[in-house]
Design a protein around this ligand. Structure first.
Ligand SMILES: *Cc1c(COP(=O)(O)O)cnc(C)c1O
Length: 428
């Protein structure tokens, strides 16, 4: 399969080059030249299949020619070493729990797939790869965990100082080895801008082999479609409303990809916190980013979602087609707290601050008789102070979190200046 740039002025490339480059030189995003539609026969066959089998069928057309069937099987088997259950929250509402992986957030799926792809590539190359990753909280931990100890790969994580939770910070600053954490004086968009600029800098790219582990990378982005497909096969309502807490819009666009591949997914609800550029776009057809606002759902504190071009591409740049498939919804911090408390009181289910936006979206938008699913994108304990504030009592802290909190943080403080960042990378 070839991948083209959404800006259409960079050459088409194969899977390996798209993964290793991460970003086309024209500053677009890679996108598959053709979206394979699985036959009804294959989809029926997958109804009772595992995540591994669904993942294999979905990813094969994209990696054919790069990996053997055996290699792909091995990769998906290693990725899905944990479950992604659909849990009943109340009549008509289910939660897709994406937090059962090693770093307790959905980003484990994409990060593990990407790490294993790069691990495969590095077997046939003697070049060291440097992974740059900007994180609003969960990506850093998932990537660090996925890549720890992978030979030939160095990981540099940029995170906004003071804007990730304590547990998230520990997940990305305590591993050591081939993982380095940079604590940036700035917000997530500043981190993302540094990484993007590094990819576009000729001199840096002549010196280092840079790869991104953000959802701009197709090997991070595409495998997220697998759990949407698996969920679609488990739902009894083909018109179900799927509420996806969104920041960079990688997760929801992966869901749209699964739908285009033939899986019965009803309607999407793009759920944002106060950083509501996409819900506003869906109302007005005007893309009007504003400065980032810090919220309790901090993994979604993004003002310019990097996957927005993919969303347009998935609907052939037709605003009418897009809004026929997706609605927007946004929730204030105050309402996030109130929703966590109300959901716990009426259902005994604990939503994290991101999932809570999805739950609130369903409560507002579900039609009579329509089923709804919201994606629980992270474990509530990753946001313990916010949870305590919402619930009026401390969360019970699981052992994994206590152990992690005892570890010592190692991070290098940097400014948001690109020149300084570049000098640091050149000296490596
Ligand atoms: C990253 C993240 C999101 C946003 O996902 P995108 O793919 O960036 O839209 C939502 N919730 C949590 C907990 C996250 O870590």
């Amino acid at each position: 399969m070839k991948f083209f740039s959404t800006n259409r002025s960079a050459p088409q490339v194969g899977f390996e080059e798209a993964v290793v480059n991460s970003l086309p030189a024209d500053n677009g995003l890679y996108f598959p030249e053709e979206i394979p539609v699985l036959s009804q026969q294959i989809i029926n066959k997958l109804k009772a299949a595992s995540l591994v089998s669904v993942g294999y069928e979905m990813m094969w057309p994209f990696v054919e020619g790069t990996f053997s069937q055996h290699q792909l099987k091995q990769i998906v088997e290693e990725v899905f070493s944990f479950d992604i259950p659909l849990v009943q929250v109340e009549e008509g509402i289910q939660s897709l729990e994406l937090f059962h992986g090693p770093t307790y957030a959905f980003k484990d799926v994409g990060a593990r797939f990407l790490a294993r792809c790069l691990g495969q590539f590095s077997k046939t190359s003697d070049k060291e790869v440097t992974i740059l990753v900007a994180t609003s909280g969960d990506t850093g931990g998932a990537v660090a965990n996925g890549f720890l100890g992978v030979e030939g790969v160095n990981v540099i994580i940029l995170y906004p100082s003071g804007k990730v939770s304590d547990l998230q910070e520990k997940q990305l600053t305590t591993l050591g080895g081939n993982i380095t954490a940079l604590e940036v004086a700035g917000d997530f968009d500043a981190c993302q801008a540094l990484v993007k600029q590094a990819f576009l800098d000729k001199e840096l790219n002549q010196t280092l082999s840079l790869t991104s582990a953000n959802s701009i990378n197709i090997a991070r982005w595409m495998p997220q479609s697998i759990y949407f497909a698996k969920m679609a096969l488990e739902l009894s309502d083909p018109a179900a409303l799927i509420a996806v807490p969104s920041g960079n819009y990688g997760n929801i666009t992966a869901g749209m990809l699964a739908k285009r591949m033939g899986f019965p997914l009803g309607h999407f609800l793009a759920c944002s916190n106060a950083n509501d550029v996409v819900p506003r776009y869906l109302e007005s057809c005007e893309f009007d980013p504003r400065p980032t606002i810090a919220t309790y759902a901090n993994a979604m504190d993004v003002s310019k979602p990097s996957n927005f071009p993919r969303m347009l591409e998935l609907y052939h740049h037709s605003f009418d087609d897009l809004i026929a498939d997706v609605d927007g919804f946004s929730l204030s911090d105050e309402e996030i707290l109130r929703t966590i408390k109300a959901c716990k009181a009426s259902t005994d289910y604990l939503c994290d601050p991101h999932g809570a936006i999805g739950y609130a979206g369903l409560k507002e938008k579900l039609k009579v008789g329509q089923q709804g699913v919201f994606l629980e994108t992270a474990h509530p304990v990753k946001f313990a102070p916010t949870m305590a504030q919402a619930l009026g009592e401390e969360l019970e802290i699981p052992a994994f979190a206590n152990d992690l909190m005892k570890k010592e943080k190692t991070a290098r403080s940097v400014s948001s200046s690109f020149d300084e960042f570049k000098a640091y990378l050149m000296a490596k």
